[in-house]
Design a protein around this ligand. Structure first.
Ligand code: ADP
Ligand code: MG
Length: 463
């Protein structure tokens, strides 16, 4: 990637775009508390190293132990290549000029034992205003969940309780949860709405236990009118938190306050959650969110492009919608990545640029066939069994397809000659080299062989 040009501006672009990706990937509270305060200090493209400064050793440790992979992945998406991440703490630099330190968005409390601890600044209403019903594109996949959410938002506590929304990653559960809160507040500004992820709920509980502030914790949660709790599956095996949530649930439920819960599976199937909680989750209405169909994916991308003022051709929108089918977050991520690439390359968003960008996302997951894919495609074509290809049989009916399969494995997978040999009945690398040579030679001399290979490759790569 050409990164010559104005250095600091490039760095700013890289950082801004990486943060955009992280924002989609991380919970909003985590993002604003731990990512907003970081500073990108160096991008060394030659050594593939990126240095990031954290404002305290606590944040540095937390990021290194819990979020380093996410940060590295985000940089990789921005730059199109893996990087080494070096996170260091401002304090580690020794004496620093106070005036130059950007004030972090959290309070650092020094404990007597010298370790630092961070206190989350929790606002009374923790809603993301971008997630509203207006910005949610309704498709067949989400019609029911959306309708239930609207009904709950219009009359919290008066219809189904709890509302339980479930579905795979990136399908809009969190978006709908915030939408319910935003809408309910708009209609009735006096209502006490609280959005919390199970992770934050757990942390708050632990903190309250540690500081003997359980009565405040209970009081806070029991006077909520509309509790929106996200990703309840993360309470798995946290018995103490589950117990406290059980009491919170009962208290809210009996006083007809609305509870909305999201999870990745249906209530009775969440592993590691107490039976009494699971049955309660299923008391009200359960609605699922499915993966969007092609038309809905196109509509979501168009909506996103409109919101972000991105000028993009329909053909490119269709290409993205074709390539990414199971996750709205990835769909949005792909669009962001195309915009990133066009900014970095300083070119407009063309079909070619979109293909380049998508290829980098898709190749590791979908476009690289495995040895198994190759053996299946070859055995399908020749009408033999995949196990025949790894057998010791040497009849031409088997040995020719086997040679073709070895040749294709070498060409399309990342396996070495020895790996391929091992997968084909424990043959050694020289048999694979020999097979690959034979096929290459035949390919040049015999049109039939070229046609066979073409056909198998088409099947293989279109999977
Ligand atoms: P989940 O909580 O199910 O993992 P999110 O609600 O975080 O998924 O959604 C991931 C991203 O996709 C968010 O940016 C969200 O705004 C967007 N999104 C999901 N579904 C839709 C939809 N139907 N319309 C518009 N945006 C959507
Ligand atoms: Mg979510």
């Amino acid at each position: 990637m050409d990164l010559s040009g104005n250095w600091s501006e490039e760095n700013k672009d890289i950082w801004d775009l990486t943060k955009k990706i992280l924002k989609q990937d991380l919970e909003s509270q985590i993002f604003s508390t731990y990512i907003g305060c970081l500073e990108l200090v160096n991008v060394d493209i030659a050594c593939k190293t990126i240095s990031i400064k954290a404002p305290s050793s606590f944040v540095c440790k937390l990021l290194t132990s819990q979020y380093k992979n996410k940060l590295s992945d985000a940089f990789e998406k921005t730059l199109g290549a893996p990087v080494d991440l070096n996170i260091f703490a401002e304090e580690a630099l020794g004496a620093v000029d106070e005036a130059k330190i950007k004030k972090p968005r959290y309070v650092v409390v020094k404990r007597p034992n010298q370790t630092n601890s961070v206190k989350l600044k929790t606002k009374p209403v923790s809603l993301n205003h971008k997630y509203t019903f207006d910005t949610f594109v309704v498709g067949n996949n989400s019609q029911f969940g959306h309708a239930a959410a609207v009904q709950i938002a219009e009359n919290p506590g008066k219809s189904y309780n709890p509302l339980f929304l479930y579905g795979g990653v990136g399908l809009g559960k969190t978006h709908l949860l915030h939408s319910i809160g935003n809408y309910a507040l708009e209609k009735n500004p006096g209502i006490n709405v609280h959005y919390v992820s199970s992770e934050v709920f757990t942390n708050e509980l632990i903190d309250s236990l540690r500081t003997s502030k359980m009565s405040q914790f209970k009081e806070k949660y029991r006077k909520i009118d509309l509790l929106l709790i996200d990703d309840i599956q993360f309470l798995a095996r946290k018995e103490r938190t589950q117990e406290e949530f059980f009491h919170t649930f009962n208290s809210l439920y009996s006083s007809k306050r609305q509870i909305v819960i999201t999870s990745d599976t249906m209530p009775l199937e969440i592993p590691g959650i107490a039976e009494r909680l699971k049955t309660r989750f299923a008391w009200g209405l359960t609605a699922d969110l499915q993966a969007p169909d092609f038309e809905t994916r196109v509509a979501i991308l168009k909506r996103k492009a409109f919101e972000e003022e991105i000028k993009i051709d329909d053909k490119i929108i269709h290409l993205i919608a074709d390539c990414i089918s199971s996750n709205v977050r990835e769909l949005e991520g792909a669009l962001t990545r195309i915009v990133v690439l066009s900014k970095l390359r300083k070119t407009c968003i063309s079909l070619e640029l979109a293909r380049d960008s998508l290829r980098e996302i898709l190749r590791p997951k979908q476009l690289t066939p495995t040895v198994r894919d190759v053996t299946c495609a070859v055995s399908d074509h020749f009408g033999v069994r995949p196990t025949d290809l790894s057998s010791k049989r040497r009849t031409r009916k088997i040995s020719f397809p086997r040679q073709i399969a070895m040749y294709l494995c070498r060409k399309h997978t990342t396996c070495s000659y020895s790996d391929i040999g091992a997968d084909f009945g424990g043959r050694d690398h020289s048999s694979v080299i020999h097979a690959a040579r034979v096929v290459s030679k035949k390919l040049k001399e015999d049109d039939n062989v070229a046609n066979i290979l073409n056909k198998i490759e088409r099947d293989l790569l279109s999977q």
